[in-house]
Design a protein around this ligand. Structure first.
Ligand SMILES: [Ca+2]
Ligand SMILES: [Ca+2]
Ligand SMILES: [Ca+2]
Ligand SMILES: [Ca+2]
Length: 441
């Protein structure tokens, strides 16, 4: 009986550890989407069903500020609400549509329905870019499961035409609407890929509304050899510094770069300072692990990880890259911090100039363990100083960890340090390791 109980406990442990919450697959929409519509829009929805029939499927934008299939807003600044509805005719339809409705004599009336360029809506922006009182719509249409097929459509109305017209459509990967050049009017910033004579090129572009059309304000080439963009961060303009876009991109499965793109008002051009014009590659920000850019010192400026050398012995099998955190200002790349990053276990160790030359790290990934050693100044190991270990929360209470110092407590465990005798002799203590080891932001 006792044996059976032990077996059952063991089985429960296995089951629990294999269904950590990150592995439970839930539909993204159920996590992110707000309620489809509020009771107060019942009349709108009823009027819409009357026109389209009830077979339709509402489609919520998957990213951005608008996450509802039904958007009710004062779109033409007359004090009354209008509505945009995204939907498909039925679950199998390959075409998503957008309907624009307003209220006439107390009733919701359709003012136009527009066919999209895909079966889903990735993102939409509703904003008055040219300041004429009427919002423009920027809609990123996508095909489910195909990340390279986004089409951006721009819809505009004016007092001279009484409905919305599609005035532009472009392929895009990333798209944002923001005041790129600081003149208080918003522009469309986007990245796209063009293949010319079999050679793939990627551009960042800025477009603005001009009269009844959209014009290209500027473009700049970016690194063409990437597999996908993973995030876009913007840094607000301040003083003379322009709005900056930081776009993390994967190269292959695990290498990563960050594109920095901004509008330079002095030369009236879009700039991507990290692209090497000769090699057409962004090598300044290359790292061999997918470490995201982040503001690591909380000064409001985003810092970019960059790796180009290992710490300690180059010939060592378990060696670890030095990660420099760089940023770009006044036409210069500055290193603001130097670390070694344990991407898997979620921590990094900050190193000073002297330690970069006199320390090395050996990674025992199967044990979630790093050993930090001193070197002779040319990478050759001299003695082990301390080890950093990531252990699960339940193991942390075991006796063998009595001599370890907890430095980071995380949801899934504890990052802890054991200091050797020669580490202690070299002045490494609890205060030192706690000040040097931090979470990856
Ligand atoms: Ca209105
Ligand atoms: Ca407008
Ligand atoms: Ca602007
Ligand atoms: Ca920073």
């Amino acid at each position: 009986m006792r044996k059976l109980l032990v077996c059952m406990i063991l089985l429960a442990c296995v089951l629990l550890s294999s269904c950590d919450s990150s592995k439970i697959i839930r539909p993204v929409e159920s996590l992110l989407a707000p309620p489809l519509y509020h009771e107060e829009y019942k009349e709108l929805v009823d009027a819409f069903y009357e026109k389209t029939g009830k077979d339709i499927v509402f489609c919520s934008p998957q990213e951005g500020d608008y996450r509802s299939a039904i958007i009710v807003e004062d779109i033409d600044s007359d004090g009354e609400n209008e509505a945009l509805i995204f939907y498909r005719d039925n679950a199998d339809s390959s075409v998503a549509r957008m309907s624009y409705l307003n209220v006439v004599d107390g009733n919701w009336v359709s003012r136009g329905t527009y066919n999209g360029y895909g079966n889903e809506i990735k993102k939409t922006f509703i904003t008055d870019m040219d300041g004429d009182g009427n919002c423009e719509f920027v809609v990123i249409w996508s095909v489910s499961g195909v990340s390279t097929s986004n089409i951006m459509s721009v819809y505009r109305t004016s007092y001279s035409f009484d409905e919305y017209k599609e005035i532009s459509n472009e392929m895009c990967t990333v798209c944002e609407v923001a005041d790129v050049d600081g003149d208080a009017a918003e522009e469309i910033f986007y990245l796209n890929q063009v293949t010319v004579s079999g050679i793939s090129q990627r551009y960042a572009r800025v477009m603005k509304i001009s009269g009844e059309t959209v014009v290209l304000m500027g473009e700049v080439k970016v690194d063409p050899n990437i597999s996908s963009y993973t995030s876009v961060k913007t840094e607000k303009s301040s003083g003379d510094a322009p709005l900056k876009f930081y776009i993390d991109a994967l190269k292959g499965d695990s290498q990563m770069i960050t594109e920095l793109i901004y509008w330079d008002n002095e030369v009236a051009e879009l700039c991507a300072p990290f692209l090497n014009g000769e090699t057409m590659a962004n090598t300044d920000t290359l790292r061999y692990e997918p470490i995201a850019s982040a503001d690591i010192n909380n000064d409001g400026i985003i810092d970019i990880p960059s790796q180009n050398r290992v710490l300690g012995n180059e010939a060592d099998e378990g060696n670890v890259y030095v990660t420099d955190w760089i940023n770009y200002s006044d036409d210069e790349i500055r290193t603001i911090d130097t670390t070694v990053v344990n991407f898997v276990d979620g921590y990094m160790i900050h190193l000073d100039e002297d330690e970069i030359k006199t320390m090395g790290v050996r990674n025992y990934s199967a044990q979630n363990c790093w050993i930090i050693y001193s070197t002779n100044g040319y990478g050759k190991p001299v003695s082990e100083l301390y080890s950093v270990l990531k252990v699960t929360a339940d193991r942390w209470n075991e006796e063998e960890f009595n001599k370890y110092i907890s430095v980071i407590e995380k949801e899934d465990g504890v990052v802890c340090v054991y200091i050797t005798q020669s580490g202690t002799t070299s002045g490494i203590d609890s205060k030192y390791v706690k000040s040097r080891i931090s979470k990856i932001p």
